[in-house]
Design a protein around this ligand. Structure first.
Ligand code: ADP
Ligand code: MG
Length: 293
């Protein structure tokens, strides 16, 4: 669809990120409802960046990637960029907080299904668009009542936001040790292995109901703990050996020893999850969001 800012009507606010709000909006002429992310005050766009964004935009529009929110287009409006994408019912961060508020936990089988979808999505993203995600975390994994799992904020949105927020603010850090270690040379670029680390932290977080690292005073402290400390592990006794090993595998500190997504697909936890086809993710999402399935 061809979208114009005047054709969009606000339905409700879905959430707020550091760069601006994400709103549910209706495209009046088509009746299509979408999520619109406003990235505020883009003042300067180097030519390279712009070309890159345009390339990505075309690619993202033309390629249909599995388990990835549909991208409708980017609008430029009064110095802001509006990213229009498919709307989902919730994100993993909101969802797990709801689950724990109900005194429940997310079963391993459910986490397995989510893991498969995210791994497939990230692997295809790399294969088809030649990009790593760079911002894998619970709020960038979306769910709906049909039991669909989709990643968002890759590509355009991710690039704009990364260039905006040069340094990371906040104390929850999903970045891999090799990527934040000031002693390491980062010029060789971002590897998908860093996304594997972030995925490990994300899945561990939704399993235990809190961010796996202890709260730190500052981002500086957090960097120290991630770079020099032992990686987090699932507590013993509560989870299957396969799941514990899967998390430990994702959270391998040495980049070279950490598998890529292809490797992860061979892990016993994922193989078991693939065989377990009677898990009803949609029913679980409806149960948590609506109190009935
Ligand atoms: P962050 O991901 O850092 O929380 P964002 O600005 O990307 O910040 O998103 C803010 C919130 O908006 C997210 O936490 C999520 O709950 C919600 N959100 C983002 N995109 C969508 C979408 N396509 N559908 C539904 N909710 C979304
Ligand atoms: Mg996001």
């Amino acid at each position: 669809i061809d979208i114009d800012v005047c054709d969009l009507r606000l339905v409700e606010e879905l959430g707020k990120g550091i760069n601006g709000p994400v709103n549910k909006m209706e495209h009046i002429r088509s009746g299509e409802v979408m999520a619109v992310k406003k990235i505020q005050h883009i003042s300067y766009d180097p030519l390279d960046e712009k070309r890159l964004l345009m390339d990505l935009e075309t690619n993202m529009k033309s390629k249909k990637l599995p388990h990835t929110v549909k991208f409708y287009g980017a609008l430029y409006y009064e110095g802001d960029v509006w990213i229009c994408m498919e709307v989902m019912d919730t994100s993993l961060d909101k969802f797990y907080h709801k689950v724990y508020a109900l005194n429940r936990t997310i079963p391993e089988e459910i986490i397995g299904q989510i893991a498969i979808c995210v791994i497939v999505a990230l692997q295809k993203l790399k294969q088809e668009l030649k990009i790593a995600h760079r911002d894998v975390k619970p709020s960038n994994i979306l769910l709906n009542r049909d039991g669909e799992v989709k990643i968002c904020d890759y590509g355009i949105s991710g690039r704009l936001e990364n260039s905006l927020t040069q340094s990371y603010v906040g104390t929850q850090m999903y970045m891999a040790p090799e990527y934040i270690d000031p002693a390491k040379d980062r010029r060789k670029g971002f590897s998908v292995r860093a996304d594997v680390w972030s995925l490990g932290l994300t899945l561990m977080e939704i399993a235990i109901g809190q961010f796996p690292y202890k709260k730190c005073e500052s981002a500086f402290q957090q960097v120290k703990v991630v770079v020099h400390g032992n990686p987090p592990r699932l507590p013993e006794g509560k989870y299957s050996a396969e799941f514990s090993d899967f998390i430990a595998t994702c959270l391998t500190k040495e980049e070279e020893k950490r598998p890529k997504f292809i490797g992860l697909l061979e892990h016993p936890f994922i193989i078991r999850a693939k065989e377990n086809s009677d898990v009803n993710l949609g029913a679980f999402v409806r149960e948590i969001l609506d109190g009935s399935s």
